[in-house]
Design a protein around this ligand. Structure first.
Ligand code: G
Ligand code: G
Ligand code: MN
Ligand code: NA
Length: 253
């Protein structure tokens, strides 16, 4: 069977699942949310990572149904956690193709509300390059989402070629510093300069920040000392299936 056919079947058969990686408030250590990361539990190949099938989905017309699955599942989970009394946001990655949809905002809000989820529990991650490739479209789609309470995060920040003036005109709530800068910040002066500059920019814009790929306590301390709001990375936890995530969170309290 070709991978496209298998993937199409996998989406309808429920072989896709979301894993959740915690986001921690660096001042105080509170768990404020999680990034949802999709995996394919393949019957013979085991757990397939997203970089092996998200591009396939984009190429063969399956991205819309994959994206719909991810938004619905993440919203169901966020609503279920609220039921349990855990107030946690769930961040969802949005692909370039998904975002290009002229009815992206409307359809996303319908999916979120359709499963009984408060839009304020959802954060959408859009990469810097996707947000900036058509900033007029981006502004048009992001405004109604934010008006409904959805938070917008710019993912992989620092890796694109942003026109900073256009970027600052975009409505968003969070900048996620790409993990390459966090990785190198301790040893490489230029990476540390980028981290400090991005955190300074975010503070001036009044937006929050997430340092991605935090693996060591030195990295955590460095980004915290420059005012970073949240941390995410193996230092805290890898992405986990929902039950393991809940157990991890319980143990931390
Ligand atoms: O842990 P990780 O291998 O999950 O993720 C690898 C890449 O796949 C990341 O760049 C991440 O943004 C992307 N990714 C993970 N889950 C999703 C998803 O649900 N949708 C999209 N479009 N990309 C995802
Ligand atoms: O591109 P995006 O930021 O959406 O993707 C998140 C990716 O980063 C996932 O593949 C996730 O598994 C991975 N990841 C999460 N935490 C760490 C970490 O501490 N170190 C490294 N190297 N990768 C991480
Ligand atoms: Mn992401
Ligand atoms: Na990222």
């Amino acid at each position: 069977l070709r991978i496209e056919q298998e993937l199409s079947r996998a989406i309808s058969n429920g072989e896709l699942e979301l894993h959740y990686q915690p986001q921690i408030e660096l001042r105080g250590g509170r768990v404020v949310g999680a990034e949802a990361l999709v995996r394919w539990r393949h019957p013979t190949r085991g757990l397939v990572p997203p970089d092996k099938f998200v591009p396939v989905a984009e190429e063969c017309g399956l991205m819309e149904s994959l994206g719909r699955f991810v938004i619905e599942q993440a919203s169901r989970q966020a609503a279920a956690w609220r039921e349990l009394g855990l107030d946690m946001r769930v961040a969802v990655n949005v692909s370039a193709l998904q975002f290009r949809n002229p009815r992206f905002a409307e359809q996303t809000l319908a999916l979120v509300r359709g499963v009984g989820c408060d839009p304020a529990l959802i954060e959408l991650e859009i990469t810097e390059s996707v947000a900036m490739s058509d900033s007029l479209h981006a502004a048009r789609e992001l405004a109604p989402l934010r008006a409904a309470g959805v938070r917008i995060a710019i993912d992989d920040f620092g890796t694109g070629y942003s026109n900073l003036a256009s970027l600052t005109a975009l409505p968003f709530d969070v900048l996620k510093i790409d993990r390459a800068f966090v990785r190198d910040a301790i040893e490489k002066r230029n990476a540390q300069v980028v981290v400090a500059a991005v955190l300074g920019l975010a503070a001036s814009l009044g937006v929050e920040t997430v340092a991605e790929g935090v693996e060591t306590d030195d990295q955590r301390a460095l980004v915290a000392s420059h005012g970073c709001t949240y941390g995410q990375g193996y230092l805290f936890s890898p992405p986990l299936p929902a039950p393991a995530f809940e157990a991890w969170r319980q143990k931390r309290l």
